[in-house]
Design a protein around this ligand. Structure first.
Ligand SMILES: O=C(O)CCC(=O)C(=O)O
Ligand SMILES: [Fe+2]
Length: 284
């Protein structure tokens, strides 16, 4: 850095004032350069000052700090990714929420194998209880479901390895696959998948693997009608198509991630999904 151009407290304050007044960083940069700042020094001043400001703002507003999240490698905007010889289509991406729609993540045969393996073990779905420890049956969630242990059988192992490679996240940080079946009329009202920091049961849940930071919902069949996965904050509805999967990541347990989502009511036929939740740390 040019020793003659130091970032004084006055300069920092001026930069923060510009940000508060809604002046874009490009304009601030332009103003700094026209008053004699070298571009590289000005950019550094801007970045350092605004980063510090954002952190202070976050802690003052009790925002949890961000964590690393699982993400596919989409450098070069590929139309497909090959994972272990299996070609997965990239059909749609969103930045906020961080979301990717994959095509053909599972083969028809893999979908059928998972459904068959799960069918005999389905029970009415539960959600985390709001007040006490443990879980409870909830009117917001009218599906039936079951959990496999991680690595429980060959089909789980194969799919878990594919997911880990696809989103660059250790297999050990994944929960066991969950399979859900929705009959006509069944739905899952909009919710967040992270554990609510305000719930009494959350600290105990977080001891095993930390927060959830990503979700992959895989469609195991194509319902005749309804059953899309909705993201109300951005007005997105993902059509449930056998073998496709929607992935979304959330870097902190906060609505600012826009990761609110739900399963809209099935109108005709059944809807089957397998959900994979990814934790910050090892889920042992
Ligand atoms: O069924 C869906 O489309 C969404 C499922 C879901 O949100 C979940 O399993 O957490
Ligand atoms: Fe969910």
């Amino acid at each position: 850095m040019n020793a003659a151009q130091t970032i004084t407290p006055e300069l920092r304050q001026w930069i923060v004032e510009q940000a508060r007044a809604g002046v874009g960083p490009e304009q601030v940069l332009k103003a700094m350069m026209s008053s004699g700042w070298e571009e590289a020094v000005a950019i550094q001043a801007l970045e350092q000052t605004l980063e510090g400001y954002l952190h202070q703002h976050a802690s003052a507003n009790s925002l949890p700090p961000p964590s690393r999240v699982p993400l596919p490698d989409l450098a070069g905007a590929p139309s497909s990714l090959v994972v272990d010889g299996h070609e997965i289509k990239v059909l749609l991406t969103l930045k906020n929420p961080q979301l990717v729609l994959f095509g053909h993540l599972l083969s028809d045969q893999e979908c059928d194998l998972l459904r068959t393996a799960a069918a005999g073990r389905l029970a009415r779905s539960e959600t985390v209880a709001a007040a006490s420890d443990g879980s409870e049956v909830n009117a917001a969630r009218t599906s039936e479901g079951m959990f496999f242990e991680r690595g429980e059988n060959e089909i789980c192992k194969r799919i878990e390895a594919r997911i880990a490679a696809l989103v660059n996240w250790p297999v050990e940080n994944g929960e066991g696959l969950q399979v859900l079946r929705y009959r006509p009329g069944a739905e899952y009202l909009p919710h967040y998948d992270y554990f609510d920091p305000r719930h009494a049961s959350t600290p105990a849940i977080l001891q095993r693997g930390g927060q959830r930071v990503g979700t992959l919902v895989m469609y195991l069949n194509t319902p005749e009608g309804g059953g899309g996965t909705i993201f109300p904050d951005v007005g997105l509805e993902v059509a449930p198509v056998k073998g496709n999967a929607v992935f979304f990541a959330y870097d902190r347990p906060h609505p600012m991630t826009r990761s609110l989502h739900g399963g809209s009511p099935v109108l005709a036929g059944e809807k089957w999904v397998a959900t994979k939740w990814l934790r910050e740390g090892r889920f042992d």
